[in-house]
Design a protein around this ligand. Structure first.
Ligand code: FMN
Length: 323
């Protein structure tokens, strides 16, 4: 068992249209690290999520209360060993956490083929043992993040009775299959069919990039207990606040967020190469908030040195606002 990423965090109540539902920040490995979550929450009011490093100690450090700041963070784990899941629950409870999420959605072949991530629900016995261990390891605070299935979109529906036998805090559903990765579109008809079968509160996750996207989902699925925002929130860190009715911030606020985040990464990462990798990944999302984003991103990705990268970022972030 390894801590694969931290998920989510309850943001705040969504007022107005969202009617008291929770907004979660999705975990994006390598992107939604503690500094990203903390700064986003401070500047824009919102989410928090996780990272996926190889070293368990570093991963636990990423969900240490001091790293998380004011936002509650739900640590996420991935694996298929029930004893390890119970142990992870004990460690996280000792750290002060009351929630834990099991990644049952990771689509990568080398993960799923080993019966982990989106491969786990395909094996009902192994899945049942993990659900049992998770509920024991984090009583009252265990949740799963899951796709519709690995190859076909019918596994989640087939596991509804099994899931209903456990006191899950919630089920986060990303309505794609594992083999689909992040391609194509979300299958909202399959999601509509499975939603009434699930007893636990359901959080929807997938392709929400604007308040209008969120409104469409909530209008069609009013029983949802929350929304989880991934790439849309990484592209626009104010998206959660905008869903609650806040006006879009000036682009200079997003530029300042990125600058301060880069300074935090620079202070903790060793040498220019890891920092450049981290910033290129971040701007792979953030560029969408800026005018000329596609051209700016090409220049950012081409940068072969840290000064060239900083120059490319400054050129893009200093340009005119999209809104
Ligand atoms: C680069 C990247 C890394 C991700 N890492 C994780 C992870 O560690 N754990 C997880 O449950 N999901 C992970 N996901 C999936 C997202 O949490 C989310 O389910 C997915 O991006 C769909 O939501 P979105 O359309 O709002 O982005 C990752 C996605 C991306 C693109």
């Amino acid at each position: 068992m390894r801590i694969e990423a931290e998920t989510v965090v309850r943001i705040r109540e969504i007022p107005g249209d969202a009617g008291g539902r929770k907004i979660w920040m999705a975990p994006l490995r390598g992107v939604t690290l503690a500094p990203f979550r903390r700064l986003l929450a401070e500047r824009f009011g919102g989410v928090d999520l996780g990272s996926a490093e190889k070293m368990p100690a570093r991963l636990f450090a990423d969900v240490a209360p001091a790293a998380c700041g004011a936002l509650p963070t739900v640590p996420q784990v991935i694996g298929r060993d029930p004893a390890a899941l119970r142990a992870a629950g004990r460690i996280l409870r000792d750290m002060g956490h009351a929630r834990m999420n099991l990644n049952c959605g990771c689509p990568w072949k080398f993960v799923a083929r080993k019966g982990r991530g989106s491969g786990l629900p395909e094996d009902p016995d192994a899945f049942a043992r993990m659900l049992e261990a998770g509920c024991e390891g984090m009583p009252g605070g265990f949740s799963v993040k899951i796709r519709l299935g690995y190859r076909a979109a019918d596994t989640l529906a087939a596991r509804a009775d099994l899931l209903n036998g456990f006191p899950l805090e919630c089920i986060v559903v990303h309505p794609r299959t594992g083999v689909q990765m992040y391609d194509g579109t979300v299958d909202l008809d399959a999601f509509a069919a499975v939603l009434p079968l699930l007893r636990a509160p359901v959080v929807y996750n997938g392709d929400i990039a604007s308040p209008a996207d969120a409104a469409r989902i909530l209008a069609r699925f009013p029983s949802l207990s929350g929304l989880m925002l991934g790439r849309g929130l990484c592209a626009n860190p104010a998206l959660a606040a905008e869903l609650r009715g806040a006006p879009p911030p000036p682009r200079s606020d997003i530029a300042a967020f990125a600058r301060d985040l880069a300074a935090e990464y620079a202070a903790t990462l060793c040498g220019p190469a890891p920092l450049m990798g981290r910033l290129k990944e971040l701007w792979g999302y953030l560029h969408r908030s800026f005018e000329g984003g596609d051209d700016g991103l090409r220049r950012i990705l081409r940068a072969a040195s840290l000064p060239a990268l900083e120059e490319a970022i400054a050129a893009l972030a200093g340009e005119g606002a999209v809104r």
